[in-house]
Design a protein around this ligand. Sequence first.
Ligand code: AHR
Length: 649
Amino acid sequence: MKTKIQKLACLCCLSAGISVLPVCAQDNAQEIQFDIQAKQSLFPVQSTMYGVFFEDINFGADGGIYAELVKNRSFEFQDALMGWIPFGTVKIEEKDPCFERNPHYVRLSFGQEITQTGLENEGFKGMGIKAGESYFLSTYARVQSKTPVRIRIELISESNHIFETKELTVSGNDWKKYQVTLTPQQTEKRAHLRLTLINPGTIDMDHISLFPENTYKKRPNGLRADLVEALKDLHPGIFRFPGGCIVEGTTRATRYQWKNTIGPVENRPTNINRWFYTFSYRKFPDYYQSLGLGFYEYFLLSEDIGAEPLPVLNCGLSCQYENDDMDEHARLDELQPYIQDALDLIEFANGSVSSKWGKIRAEMGHPAPFNLKFIAIGNEQWGSIYVERLKPFVEAIRAKYPDIKIVGGSGPQASGEEFDYLWSEMKNLQVDLVDEHYYRHPEWFLSNAKRYDSYDRNAPKVFAGEYACHTDTQANSFLAALCEAAFMTGLERNADVVQLCTYAPLFAHVDAWQWRPDLIWFDNLSVFKTPNYYVQQMYSRNKGTDVVKLTRNNQPVAGENDLYASAALDKQTNELIIKVVNTGMYRRSITWNLEGFADGKRTAKVQSLQSLDLGNTQLVPTESSIELDVPKAKLTIKPFSFSVYRIPL
Ligand code: AHR
């Protein structure tokens, strides 16, 4: 054990991620006391405080939480047969289409001179199929010939073996919807779907879709139940969607437009995904958005996971990293439709069933309002071009919906001239919250645990909308998670200023990702929660109702002796909640001076994430309990640990 510890480092010495592990000598003999005003509320913790930020990056939506298994079901990718392996006579047509906003469809002809005609879909790095479960294959089709055409439907394993076969007969010259249920008896992580014409004839097909029956709540056009459950388990208070850069689009034409994402899924126009490339070494030319997971589904998901929805809308700017050219941004005199989109979205979410947009929501299945309270305008924008576009949005939203909280942004930087400029402009515009983003090194997270202690209490509140600790490898790790936990004591201590926070990004497909670290990884069958996930969960499930003062020598506990701590009261359960992070290699003996506690004993519930392996990606929290003598409770804090203690008052 001694050898192992000596190989580890104190985090304050880590300047280059987990690959460099110097040993740091420290004095371990110091008397450490935390003074905790256990029963005196400083201010409430917002119920929305800890949340999730969803973006369709790393195949998080199509190929991820959106349970559709067919890639390019509408034949609308730039190469219309991308995702499909055609054989025999297969053509793309658009005359007399089934769906005017997704006009391309496939024509398959089979005659005597051809041995076989059909199509095979590769899914999203294959299709996850579970033995004994039902899958609905649906399509819109018509025959061009006089007689009906039979189609063989097969599921093919990775080793090219057919493990499920069904048949479908298409008849008539008009577009009609067909559905067949597949009940495979084999589990496959990377299956393919194959459709083959059985008898001679010509057939047109569009929107070829394969959905599991067991989506979350068995909803048609539904979501992967295991991924929704992983979100629910976080107990998120806020749900930010749909991005991220995806809101901006690589170009103005490919920006995210929420009105394209509602109504019948077949007619939602496919859009190229902003993340079809990220960096030159990771390109995904087959990354599109079917928009089957659209704004209605996002609102429903917010409701399902118990979080307040926080939609982000385009402010008239496309991705500023991609576009220096002003032609790719809306001019000020072109902004009105963008502003109208924001006003209409509020009506879609909250309007009565007799309003134009509220009626559409009701027709989609949700007559009750979604009770939207927040809206963000712009993602990671910067410069005066952002400020001058945000201003008319703020004026219009305030005039029509004065109760809606507006979120502005402070750009991609966490400090500096541009950041300061945007913050002062956000104050001038009197937005309610300012969205800050930081993807930074471990040292930044540790030294910024005090970041919000000195923020202006009379300014807009902070939404830490995108953050993650990036080591040099950018892999998920316990090191990164521990630094995030340490930093988050500062979010909690300043919950009067920081009212929302969301880690980013949320999801990543193990076989198709552009960006890491991410909170939750998945393949086509399973979910993998990271140590970073558990840090978020430990905060969110233990946020309490009110922050209380926790100090050492009258100072916040924010790094001295590698210790970080914060405390909250839970008025609902009548407990004091103490969070302690030890980012150092030494065990620490500390005393909690629990002011307000009478002499006695308490049994505290403890949840801990602890490991001497900072590269650990498999770590899960342990649960235990300890006996404490109060009001002066002595305890030992393990090295490299994050613990949450719940102590009955
Ligand atoms: O979370 C990944 C990306 O990081 C987001 O899309 C963007 O807002 C930020 O640059």
